[in-house]
Design a protein around this ligand. Structure first.
Ligand code: SF4
Length: 379
């Protein structure tokens, strides 16, 4: 399979959130300009080296791509179009943070072919946003969302988080209420995971991070699903909900375990059964790219056994599950021949359900999906 998707990492943020372990740095305009020089070179090398089809999905993630100024955003889009053929109706997403956009920037993105924006809202409760180390407040969310609509964006995702320090059911319910009132086309909602090396991990070790108990976290997830269903958002993945026709095409490439290209510091790509990783540190990344070499630091060949596991683990994240026929076409073997025991065991536990064509998680399994996924690790 030749990739028709591209992820581009922009590793800059206005400040670092306390829970974040993404590859992102607080930097100034000069560094960003030089980073774009490196990115341009890397994209040129990537386009020359790896086979691909015209792009159907592109995702500029971060970091905070919307931190770039108008000229830098125009350049970012020009780099894409100069080196890649992008389908006319491609889904091009740019991640943004409330408070980092204005009409000029948004119109520039629109003119560059961006069809979808994804805002990191996380909560509508200002004290919680402060506890997360976010720079925006809830009012800024409304302003930025408004600007995005004014600029003509008709496909907008808003990210929410739950299981946050100081977050009660009432506070989360209020955020849910406010997000559906805004009526974005897509909502993603994730439970906080304390990642090593973050301030949250340090505070947790010192007993200074008070998180809601597990039962509350679960109750929040159930409330999320219930609210989304009641408000007409289809759940198509365990953390993703969309109005009809607005499922994220790019993320589905990952969940279907299909190949994709990646560029930018710290990005991961998957082509010809090889998962590759780009240099994390911005100075190293720029130096390598500008010297005319692709800044790839790691390449791992993925064996057929692991590919089969990935197809199941990633595919079961989607509410529509994994089709038997697709698995057979992809892997040349019947799903039951490889995973028959795991499947039967989980059906027996009421965590998986199948019909003639497809296998999927049951509703009961959604909050404990990781338990089912780990069962598919058999190699
Ligand atoms: S804005 Fe996003 S990428 Fe940047 S520090 Fe916060 S969570 Fe991390």
């Amino acid at each position: 399979m030749m990739p028709s998707s591209l992820y581009v990492h922009i590793p800059f943020c206005a400040s670092k959130c306390y829970y974040c372990d993404f590859n992102s740095y607080v930097s100034t305009g000069d560094v960003i300009d030089r980073y774009l020089d490196g990115l341009e070179k890397e994209m040129e090398l990537l386009a020359a080296e790896l086979p691909r089809q015209p792009l159907q999905t592109v995702f500029f993630g971060g970091g905070t791509p919307s931190l770039l100024d108008t000229g830098q955003l125009a350049r970012m889009m020009a780099i894409l179009h100069d080196h890649f053929t992008v389908e006319k109706d491609a889904e091009i997403t740019v991640e943004a943070n409330p408070g980092t956009v204005n009409l000029d920037k948004l119109r520039t993105l629109k003119a560059g072919g961006v069809s979808r924006l994804s805002f990191g809202v996380q909560s509508f409760h200002d004290p919680i946003l402060k506890k997360l180390g976010r720079l925006h407040d809830s009012l800024t969310v409304y302003h930025s969302f408004d600007k995005a609509r004014q600029a003509g964006f008709e496909s907008i995702n808003l990210d929410l988080m739950f299981g946050l320090p100081g977050q009660t059911m009432e506070i989360f319910r209020d955020s849910l209420q406010k997000i559906v009132e805004l009526a974005p086309e897509h909502i993603s909602a994730y439970s906080l995971k304390v990642e090593e090396g973050t301030p949250f991990a340090v505070w947790q070790d010192r007993g200074k991070l008070e998180l809601p108990p597990e039962e509350t976290d679960l109750a929040m997830y159930l409330l999320l699903m219930e609210t989304m269903e009641a408000k007409g958002y289809g759940m198509y993945e365990i953390s993703n909900f969309a109005k009809k026709g607005h499922d994220s095409q790019h993320n589905q490439v990952y969940w279907r375990n299909e190949p994709y290209l990646a560029a930018g510091a710290g990005a991961h790509g998957y082509v010809n059964h090889i998962r590759y990783v780009i240099q994390h540190a911005v100075p190293d990344y720029m130096e390598t790219a500008l010297s005319g070499r692709r800044p790839v630091v790691e390449q791992n060949w993925i064996s057929e056994e692991i590919r089969r596991e990935d197809t199941m683990i990633l595919g079961l994240r989607m509410i529509n599950g994994v089709e038997f026929q697709r698995f057979r076409e992809r892997h040349g073997v019947d799903m039951h021949q490889v995973f028959g025991d795991v499947i039967e065991r989980n059906i027996h536990k009421g965590l998986l359900v199948k019909d003639e064509t497809v296998i999927r998680l049951t509703k009961r399994a959604l909050p404990i999906a990781n338990e089912v996924f780990s069962d598919f690790l058999i190699s």
